[in-house]
Each structure stands twice: as structure tokens, then as C-alpha cells.
Write a protein that binds this ligand. Structure first.
Ligand SMILES: *Cc1c(COP(=O)(O)O)cnc(C)c1O
Ligand code: SF4
Length: 459
């Protein structure tokens, strides 16, 4: 005899509760902002909902000059904040680029603490000196590039950078060597949309039978025109060796409107996914949310549309000090991503990036947070915490160090499937070390000694 679900519900009085009752109001991952209140920002006071929800308007009004940004913030923040940010922009290695949507998500009554402000607007007062072991392109992407803009580090996968622009520029960008326009601080290697360069990259990919997986990153796939995206997708899917493609874009986190209103672009993504499906190849979207506040009702609608079209979306976050480096926030982010059908894939320990030392935290912080996150939701929605080994070792599980000295902040990793026999070092930010570690780093003669100690201890 079968029991209907309804019968079971009627008999809840017979259930002996093992757990205390849960007040639905405490399930915060389901309670996100439906619409940001953009009209609070004087520059957008007259903007109606139709405009705000249109990706054309968002793109057209995207701010790309510090003066323009600071102008838009007049009256919202204190003069001290404006002058702090003005000085911050002057010393920052990344150019500024922010969407109105993103600005409308920032709590301007608390601009110093706001998790989105921290990611996009540098403040001189928060700057910390770079770690002495930091170099531009700390991941060695250029060293593993057989063709400019194509990194072939792992055996079966490659990273293709078709262009060098993004819908926004993040302060912590690992590719600050290439992405964005030149700033006063950095002269960059440019990856312009260049069909001849793309052809060389495709020829290389087709010539390597072991390559099965291509990450199309950037820059950002959001900034490719529909026909460019389609041509990249069709070319790669036509290669017999290619089994998987990922289109990487920050877009859903900073301008979800595009998925809902840019029909040509959305159509290109859908066609690539469907072509892949016909050929029994996987095409997925990889995106980049870092804080639960980045998920709104507009995001949910965009993610629903992707799900309805059968498009898998995975997320890669960066562990950022003051943004998501506590277990509560990370758990909320992970659960909220799952709620809108995005799979949390990775959380990266922050790379050694120029001008972003105040954003980094320690490997220990990653281990502590991981412990609190695992078990809070489905295993397939639980991100792996990784260190992208400086110098080109690739991503390693943060727990898998050969040695970790919490005093000097040096961890040692190996990558036997990527570069056998090599050792890779990651360095925690110095201001987070105990006093003894800080004073050793203050003495340049100690640097080689500390590194030597770590390498010896790991053997
Ligand atoms: C991250 C990355 C990939 C993809 O790695 P997964 O671990 O499969 O996500 C490929 N190539 C390079 C150079 C990368 O940095
Ligand atoms: S969107 Fe990605 S590639 Fe572009 S600036 Fe941000 S982190 Fe860098």
C-alpha cells in the first residue's frame, strides 16, 4: 500500500522532532534585494525602471573615469572619502570601470565597509605595501603561453584570452598585467580583439591532441560581440579534440540585465550551448560572484532564464579581506548561489596582485572558512578552496601544502601533474602575521633565509 505525500503532511503531529524548529525568517539566503534603489544616487534620480533594467542603458552609463565616478558620488559621501578615493585612483594599478547597477548596490552611508566598494574603488588610506615577493603576472601566464593570449599550463586544458576588456574592472584582478587600459602605474601587454591572433591560438589548440578543454576568459566574454562569441564557440566545437568549453564572465554579477535584454548576445550563448549538446560536448558559463549582496531579484531572473535554456552556470569567487573572509558571509554566498542555480566551484585564495595587499588574507583563513562551509549545503554546491600557485603551478587545494609556516606566512605546494618536481611558494600578507614574522620580513636579509627554511622543511 502506498502513502501519498499529502497523507504524510497530515501526520506531522506524529513526527518526533530531532531538531529545533526553524523560523523561515532566519533563512537569509532566500531573502535578497528584489531591486536596488538606484534613485538614491543623485545621478540616477530620474532613471525609470525600464532604463535601469536595460543593458544598453547600463553599458552606456558605465563609468570609466575616476573624475566621473567621484562626480556621481558628490553629496552621497563625505569630502574625506572623495579625497581618499582620488588619491587611491592615482596609485592603483587597475583602471576604474563600474556599472550603475553595481554603484546602486553599494551602501553609501557606509562606504568604507561596503563589500562592493572594497572590490572596485581603491582608497589611499587602506593601501598596504606590496609583498616583497610579489611580481606582476604572479601566475606566470605569459611564461606558459605558446601564442600571445593563450596559456597552456595543464595537460588537457587551455586558457584563451580573446580580448582585454571587462564590463567592470576589479581591484584584485590577477590579469592586471593585461586587462584594462594603461594607468599611471602600469604599462600593459594588450590583447585587443585581433582575428589574426585568434587564428594562431586556434591553430595551436587544434594541433594539440591532448587539449580537450578551453576556458574562454579575458577580459570577459560579456564584452565580445554576439558574432565574435559565436565564431569562437563554433570554431572550438568543430575541433575533434575539444570536449568542453567554458565561457568566463563577471557579467552576471555586475550587469545581469544583459542576459535578460541583450537578445543577440544571449542567442549566441544559447546557440553555442545547443551546438555543443548536439556534438555531445559541454559548454558552460563560469561567473564570479564574491558577496551575497551581489545577488538580487534581477540576478535571479537572469539565472532562471539560463536554467530554462539548459545552461550550466558555475561560480569562482576570490577570498577577499573585508568582503567574504568570514564563515557567515561565505556560507550565505554559497547558499544564495545554490538558491539561484549557480554551482559554487572555486574559492581562490587571493593571488599576489600589485596594489591589492589590503584585500589578501592568509591560507589559514581559507582553511578555517572552508571547514565552516563544508556540510552546510549539497556537496556539489560546496566550493573547493584553492591556491593558484604563484609561478605557474596551477590551482592546488589550499589544504594540500607540503609545509605551512604560520609565523612567516610561507606555504609550499607541489603540482605533480602540472610541473613534476617543482616547489611553489605562496606568501600570506605580512600585516596578518604574528609580530615575529612581521619583523623578519622587515629585514631584507631574512627573506632568503625564511624561504630556504620553508623549502627545506617541505622536503
Ligand atoms: C584555471 C585555469 C584553467 C582551468 O582550470 P580548472 O581547474 O579546470 O578550472 C586552465 N588553464 C589555466 C591557465 C588556468 O589558470
Ligand atoms: S572581471 Fe575578471 S578579468 Fe575582468 S577585471 Fe575583474 S577579475 Fe579581472
Amino acid at each position: 500500500m502506498s502513502v501519498s505525500l499529502l497523507d504524510l503532511q497530515h501526520r506531522t503531529d506524529e513526527i518526533v522532532p530531532q531538531k529545533p524548529p526553524v523560523d523561515p525568517a532566519t533563512l537569509r539566503h532566500k531573502q535578497f534585494l528584489e531591486r536596488p534603489d538606484w534613485r538614491r544616487i543623485p545621478a540616477y534620480a530620474d532613471v525609470d525602471e525600464g532604463q535601469f533594467l536595460d543593458h544598453h542603458w547600463q553599458s552606456k552609463r558605465t563609468i570609466t573615469r575616476p573624475e566621473k565616478l567621484l562626480e556621481a558620488l558628490q553629496g552621497l559621501v563625505s569630502d574625506d572619502f572623495i579625497s581618499d578615493a582620488t588619491k587611491g585612483f592615482a596609485i592603483a594599478p587597475m583602471s576604474v570601470r563600474v556599472t550603475p547597477y553595481l554603484l546602486s548596490l553599494i551602501d553609501w552611508s557606509q562606504p568604507y565597509a561596503d563589500p562592493l566598494r572594497i572590490q572596485f574603488i581603491p582608497l589611499a588610506s587602506r593601501f598596504l605595501p606590496d609583498h616583497p615577493k610579489l611580481g606582476l603576472d604572479s601566475l606566470g601566464e605569459r611564461a606558459d603561453a605558446p601564442v600571445p593570449g593563450l596559456t597552456h599550463r595543464y595537460a588537457d586544458k587551455a586558457l584563451f584570452l580573446p580580448l582585454d576588456t571587462c564590463p567592470v574592472y576589479c581591484r584584485f584582478c590577477t590579469r592586471s598585467y593585461a586587462v584594462g587600459v594603461d594607468t599611471e602605474e602600469v604599462e600593459k601587454t594588450h590583447f585587443k580583439v585581433d582575428e589574426a591572433r585568434w587564428r594562431r591560438a586556434f591553430q595551436y589548440i587544434a594541433s594539440r591532441p591532448e587539449l580537450e578543454d578551453v576556458v574562454v576568459s579575458g577580459g570577459d566574454a560579456y564584452n565580445l560581440r554576439a558574432e565574435q562569441l559565436l565564431s569562437i564557440g563554433e570554431t572550438l566545437l568543430a575541433m575533434g579534440n575539444i570536449r568542453r568549453i567554458r565561457l568566463a564572465t563577471k557579467g552576471p554579477a555586475v550587469m545581469p540585465q544583459k542576459i535578460l535584454t541583450d537578445d543577440a548576445w544571449f542567442d549566441a550563448v544559447t546557440r553555442i550551448v545547443e551546438l555543443g549538446r548536439k556534438l555531445h560536448k559541454e559548454v558552460a558559463l563560469h561567473t564570479h560572484f564574491n558577496h551575497p549582496n551581489e545577488i538580487t531579484g534581477i540576478t535571479r531572473d537572469a539565472m532562471h532564464k539560463l536554467l530554462e535554456h539548459g545552461i550550466t552556470v558555475r561560480n569562482q569567487s576570490v577570498l577577499i579581506r573585508g568582503v567574504n573572509d568570514d564563515p557567515e558571509t561565505m556560507r550565505l554566498l554559497v547558499k544564495r548561489l545554490g538558491h539561484v542555480n549557480v554551482h559554487p566551484y572555486y574559492v581562490y585564495v587571493h593571488d599576489l596582485v600589485k596594489g591589492a595587499e589590503d584585500l589578501r588574507t592568509t591560507v589559514q583563513a581559507a582553511l578555517d572558512i572552508e571547514k565552516q562551509v563544508r556540510g552546510s549545503t549539497a556537496g556539489f554546491n560546496t566550493p573547493t578552496f584553492v591556491v593558484d600557485a604563484p609561478g605557474g603551478g596551477g590551482k592546488r587545494d589550499a589544504h594540500s601544502f607540503e609545509h605551512y609556516d604560520r609565523g612567516t606566512g610561507i606555504s609550499v605546494y607541489q603540482a605533480p601533474s602540472v610541473k613534476p618536481g617543482q616547489q611553489y611558494l605562496y606568501f600570506d600578507p605580512i600585516d596578518r602575521l604574528p609580530a615575529e614574522g612581521r619583523s623578519r620580513w622587515a629585514d631584507p636579509r631574512e627573506h632568503a633565509v625564511m624561504i630556504d627554511e620553508a623549502l627545506r622543511a617541505s622536503r
